[in-house]
Ligand binder design. Structure first.
Ligand SMILES: *[C@@H]1O[C@H](CO)[C@@H](O)[C@H](O)[C@H]1NC(C)=O
Ligand SMILES: *[C@@H]1O[C@H](CO)[C@@H](O)[C@H](O)[C@H]1NC(C)=O
Ligand SMILES: *[C@@H]1O[C@H](CO)[C@@H](O)[C@H](O)[C@H]1NC(C)=O
Ligand SMILES: *[C@@H]1O[C@H](CO)[C@@H](O)[C@H](O)[C@H]1NC(C)=O
Ligand SMILES: *[C@@H]1O[C@H](CO)[C@@H](O)[C@H](O)[C@H]1NC(C)=O
Ligand SMILES: *[C@@H]1O[C@H](CO)[C@@H](O)[C@H](O)[C@H]1NC(C)=O
Length: 309
């Protein structure tokens, strides 16, 4: 299969472990000082500084899978008033986690000072039938972030991720066209296509939240020119404008932005920004036309349009 670099999504190696709490002293098993709001240095063990505690998130990045959620989270982490959860928590979408309760959820959050807000991201929330009501039960006035990109591009990116995972696990792979087209027609049951029906998923969120509680980040813009999108998020979260253009630099080799903060430079994990397959143009058109109606409906729902196909 021929490959073409269609788009690049920034991402960093996800941190591995969750913090462990013991009585009033907290022993950090994580290796990132980001937990403490001091992002300058790695360390192995640390005692909880006075004035810090773990908070349930005041903001959640709810999706969408392959939309650029990790890039968004890592870029927001540059802000001194933001702390981020190291891993995808899957609290509201996985039963086995949800039954562990809110204190378990809180224990996975980083330490924060009172002037900091805690953010976690789990892209699976956006398409989860249970997540909207459960998040509403936790905090009905929460602010949600949703990062989206062209739904057809998202399907291809979703497919590409699964394709590489299967290759790595020595499982058989099928060309994109064979997955997406069955008996000559678009296979609309394909999970990746279902996940790109933004109107369907958004409808469920709007049953529980006001539109002004959900800020939509344009994932296509974020990778091309991060700062303006991040400044909109700062305004949405009522945070002082602290993210600067100097926090990002373009890496020619990678073809996308890396992050510079507190004297450290971070680029994305190797698995991000993988080349996408070149897709048969007839199949592409079928996808575009399938999503067109859904996109129009979505634009009306959110009172905003995007330049998707
Ligand atoms: C918690 O701290 C106590 C006292 O320092 C220690 O005896 C105990 O082993 C610790 N428990 C864990 C799970 O680390
Ligand atoms: C962050 O940690 C480093 C090394 O431990 C220390 O020198 C620096 O002062 C800390 N910065 C802040 C803002 O606490
Ligand atoms: C609920 O979310 C809002 C908006 O982020 C925040 O101001 C408020 O503190 C949150 N409440 C709780 C209990 O976390
Ligand atoms: C740019 O990306 C390349 C390829 O991933 C990497 O080897 C290099 O370290 C990066 N350079 C900078 C300055 O981040
Ligand atoms: C694309 O697929 C269609 C069948 O769906 C086929 O007829 C056509 O030849 C293909 N086009 C290219 C350029 O391979
Ligand atoms: C829709 O957006 C326009 C401007 O973009 C604004 O004037 C209008 O009030 C919005 N309508 C609703 C229902 O939010």
């Amino acid at each position: 299969m021929a490959f073409l670099l269609l788009s690049a999504y920034l991402l960093l190696t996800p941190a591995q472990a969750a913090p462990v709490e013991n009585g009033t002293l907290v022993v950090e098993t994580l290796t990132s000082q980001a937990l403490l709001g001091n992002k300058s240095e790695h360390y192995l063990a640390q005692v909880r500084p006075p004035g810090t505690s773990r908070q349930i998130p005041q903001t959640i990045i709810i999706g969408v899978r392959k939309g650029g959620t990790r890039a968004l989270l890592e870029m927001l982490d540059v802000h001194p008033n933001i702390v981020v959860a190291a891993t995808e928590v899957h609290f509201f979408d996985w039963e086995e986690n949800y039954v562990k309760g809110i204190d378990w959820y809180r224990s996975l959050m980083p330490l924060s000072y009172e002037n900091q807000i805690t953010i976690e991201k789990t892209p699976g929330y956006f398409t989860s039938p249970q997540a909207p009501e459960r998040i509403h039960d936790m905090n009905s006035s929460i602010k949600l972030l949703l990062i989206l990109r062209d739904p057809t591009e998202r399907v291809i990116s979703d497919y590409t991720q699964v394709y590489y995972n299967r290759l790595e696990n020595h499982k058989p792979v099928q060309p994109f066209e064979d997955v997406v087209i069955k008996n000559g027609v678009l296979n609309t049951k394909y999970k990746a296509i279902q996940r790109s029906l933004y109107d369907v998923h958004m409808g469920r969120w709007l049953k529980y939240f006001h539109l002004d509680q959900i800020h939509i980040v344009d994932g296509n813009t974020l990778i091309r020119d991060p700062l303006p999108e991040l400044q909109k998020v700062e305004r949405f979260l009522n945070l002082p404008s602290k993210i600067l253009s100097s926090n990002f630099y373009f890496n020619q080799t990678k073809g996308f932005y890396c992050i510079r903060s507190d004297g450290r430079e971070r680029c994305l994990h190797e698995s991000k920004g993988r080349p996408h397959p070149v897709v048969n143009s007839t199949v592409l058109e079928q996808l575009y036309s399938y999503f067109r109606e859904h996109n129009e409906r979505f634009y009306r729902m959110i009172n905003h349009s995007f330049d998707w196909h």
